[in-house]
Design a protein around this ligand. Structure first.
Ligand code: PLP
Length: 414
């Protein structure tokens, strides 16, 4: 069968993505099927989004029940799913604060950036320190905050007030703090940049610097948060005690694919301005769809399933199992395996393409992603030389074994 999808895309969809030649029709758990009926193991989960896998019955039930009851009201009124979800998220992270709901990760970071600006406005401070290789979304503020040049090309002038510092370098941060600095924003585990973990000392040091200079510590947990590392709080998988942020952004895994983002703001007394979590008062920020009842019902189902099935512990256990299996391949094509829970990066050797004799002109991560796709396994490229495995948190040992069985001959060939 000749599919009309490539031609429809070519004619009617803006060519902003370097899409793979694959048309996905349906999914179930850790598997997807193409329009032609080919089955693939999906260890990308929509880029760390479908935490419970595709077509999870509990999420489907929650979405359909809520959709039959109330889809949307705007934020002029209250709805129960939004309030319950906020309360559950705050309880899960075990830090006092309040939540704003939006629709995507980029919007969640926009919210944190606006929070920092508002916080600093009283003293004329607006600069936010971020890190090289980071990724914070595709809006103008998102690309301005992102520490990768490639996302900014052609979009000047960018939003001013960002400095991109070397990752895990406390001295560079200390040296960069100035009279205009108001906040530090970082991904505790860089995702798009290639699965790079902040060190415990770096996270502790950042908190100290923020306390010393009255800065906000903001964590972008859009990819690493809400269970992906085996903890609701990604940063706690690195440093279990002693580091508490002032703001957190979430999206991706929050609602198993239903568009939803959120940012949390700590309940911390400022001065005469009251608590930080009340700084964005009526009229300062908003969105029409954010926190709509269907998305929130989906997210509540995700939290229920993770709790009832004890998927945080499962994620830690199977993350270790998967990472060990990858290390045991002992392939000269692999430079390093970096993993925390089910956020796993496999960095390829610098001469990966030469070793394999590949004529593919694309970067190694894209070349390998294509090879694996043809062999029946979906993974996600991250940077030029890393591929990411981000399977659903309820993935089984058998599914991991099946993925490794696809990977093994590819990484063994020379
Ligand atoms: N921040 C991080 C760490 C991300 O990984 C992403 C998406 O990959 C974003 C922000 C942007 O999220 P969204 O694509 O939902 O706008």
């Amino acid at each position: 069968m000749n599919s009309d999808l490539p031609s429809l895309y070519e004619h009617y969809i803006l060519p902003t993505y370097g899409r793979f030649d694959l048309s996905i029709d349906r999914g179930a758990g850790s598997r997807v099927w193409t329009e032609e009926g080919r089955e693939l193991i999906d260890f990308g989960a929509g880029i760390a989004v479908c935490s419970l896998g595709h077509a999870n019955p509990r999420v489907t039930q929650a979405v359909t029940t809520q959709a039959a009851k109330l889809v949307h009201t705007s934020n002029l009124y209250r709805t129960r799913p939004q309030a319950e979800l906020a309360a559950r998220l705050v309880r899960n992270i075990d830090l006092d604060g309040k939540i704003f709901f939006c629709n995507s990760g980029a919007e969640a970071n926009e919210g944190l950036i606006k929070l920092a600006r508002k916080f600093g406005s009283a003293t004329g401070r607006y600069e936010i320190l971020t890190f090289r290789n980071s990724f914070h979304g595709r809006t103008m503020a998102g690309i301005s905050a992102t520490g990768q040049e490639k996302v900014k090309v052609g979009f000047a002038p960018l939003l001013e007030g960002f400095q991109h510092l070397p990752h895990n370098d406390l001295e560079a941060v200390r040296a960069a703090v100035g009279p205009k600095t108001v906040a530090i924003l970082l991904e505790p585990i860089q995702g798009e940049g290639g699965i790079h973990l902040a060190t415990p000392a770096f996270l502790r040091g950042l908190r100290e610097i923020c306390d010393e200079h009255g800065l906000l510590l903001l964590f972008d947990e859009i990819q690493c948060g809400l269970g992906r590392t085996g903890d609701w709080r990604g940063w706690k998988s690195i440093v279990p005690v002693g580091v508490e942020p002032d703001g957190i952004s979430w999206a991706k895994g929050i609602a198993n694919g239903f568009p939803l983002g959120a940012f949390w703001v700590r309940n911390r007394e400022l001065d005469e301005r009251g608590p930080l979590c009340n700084l964005l008062g009526p009229g300062t920020h908003g969105t029409t769809y954010g926190g709509n009842p269907v998305a929130c019902a989906a997210a509540l189902a995700v939290l229920d399933e993770i709790e009832e099935k004890q998927l945080l512990a499962h994620t830690r256990e199977l993350g270790t199992y998967f990472a060990e299996a990858l290390c045991s391949l002992q392939s000269p094509l692999v430079a390093e395996v970096r993993a925390l829970g089910l956020m796993i990066g496999l960095e390829l050797a610098a001469d990966f393409k030469e070793q394999l004799g590949l004529s593919d002109s694309r970067v190694p991560s894209l070349a390998l992603t294509s090879i694996l796709m043809d062999a029946g396994l979906l993974v996600i490229p991250a940077g030029e030389r890393t591929i990411r495995f981000l399977p659903p948190l309820n993935v089984s040992r058998e599914e991991i074994d099946a993925a490794v069985a696809i990977l093994r001959p590819v990484l063994a060939q020379k």
